[in-house]
Design a binder for this molecule. Structure first.
Ligand code: ADP
Ligand code: ADP
Length: 233
């Protein structure tokens, strides 16, 4: 079924007397286990759409169902619970705690939801194993390469076993070889059953997805299978 249903979403930012119409009636359905890239030039509304899909912000108008829940009808506690259960976030800048080890960064979401310490550590180790980084678990972010930092961030995003991964320019701070390694991880997650929504302005990265949605000036401009799907090897 559909895990993300966005219906006629509008987002207007007001800055003094200026209004910026960042999204202008976006409708989008994403099914379970789809792999979708949202592409568009800088300023086209990609991050705004991502923040709405991730419930990090609320729309000016329109409706959004996340895994069947109409988000505007949830109270803050319900929204936080559903978001933590359903969505894992991956960002361009990794967003790791500088003073904490890889293991501690990965177990943080479990501290917030009250998981006992021994279970936390076991699950965090397993998540680091899943991204091939167990041997670096006691390193801090500044002792890791960019690709290793992003793998820590992906392990953290996976720790609550979310069904959806939202990744905003996940390779934006990485060289292309390291970026390809990170994209291979997303491929594996999709094959294991995750739904992946990827925001990027890089065509080479968007090609990893199975479906590419282009946005321009806050509107969906095209929505098609990626050429990887159109021309299977
Ligand atoms: P993209 O991610 O594609 O670069 P954004 O969603 O960040 O696009 O921005 C879309 C438009 O909304 C741009 O014109 C941007 O300047 C504006 N915008 C984004 N966030 C804010 C904000 N918090 N306040 C005011 N304007 C914003
Ligand atoms: P504010 O930042 O203005 O306090 P919130 O983000 O707390 O707004 O959300 C205000 C209301 O909008 C809440 O009732 C919340 O459930 C709802 N909401 C939050 N995110 C979304 C979303 N992506 N789509 C629809 N409604 C949302």
């Amino acid at each position: 079924g559909d895990v993300i249903v966005v219906e006629d979403l509008w987002k207007t930012y007001e800055m003094g007397s200026e209004k910026v119409h960042a999204l202008q009636g976006v409708s989008l359905r994403i099914r379970h286990n789809e792999y979708v890239a949202i592409m568009g030039p800088s300023g086209s509304g990609k991050s705004t759409l991502m923040n709405l899909i991730g419930c990090l912000d609320s729309p000016t108008e329109g409706r959004y169902w996340l895994s069947g829940h109409l988000v505007s009808e949830l109270n803050d506690d319900e929204l936080a619970r559903i978001r933590n259960k359903e969505i894992g976030f991956v960002f361009q800048t990794f967003n790791l705690l500088a003073r904490a080890t890889a293991l501690h960064n990965v177990e943080l979401p479990l501290i917030y939801n009250g998981t006992p310490a021994d279970e936390r550590i076991e699950r965090a180790r397993q998540a680091l194993r899943d991204v091939n980084l167990e041997e670096r678990m006691n390193h801090k972010p500044n002792e890791l390469s960019g690709g290793q930092r992003q793998r820590v961030a992906i392990a953290r995003a996976l720790i609550n076993r979310p069904s959806i991964i939202l990744a905003d320019e996940p390779t934006g701070n990485l060289d292309s070889k390291t970026g390809d390694e990170i994209m291979a991880l997303f491929d594996a997650l999709q094959q294991k059953g995750n739904t992946i929504v990827l925001v990027t302005h890089e065509p080479d990265i968007a090609e990893y997805a199975h479906r590419v949605v282009h946005i321009r000036d806050g509107k969906i401009f095209s929505d098609e299978p990626s050429s990887r799907i159109r021309h299977p090897e």
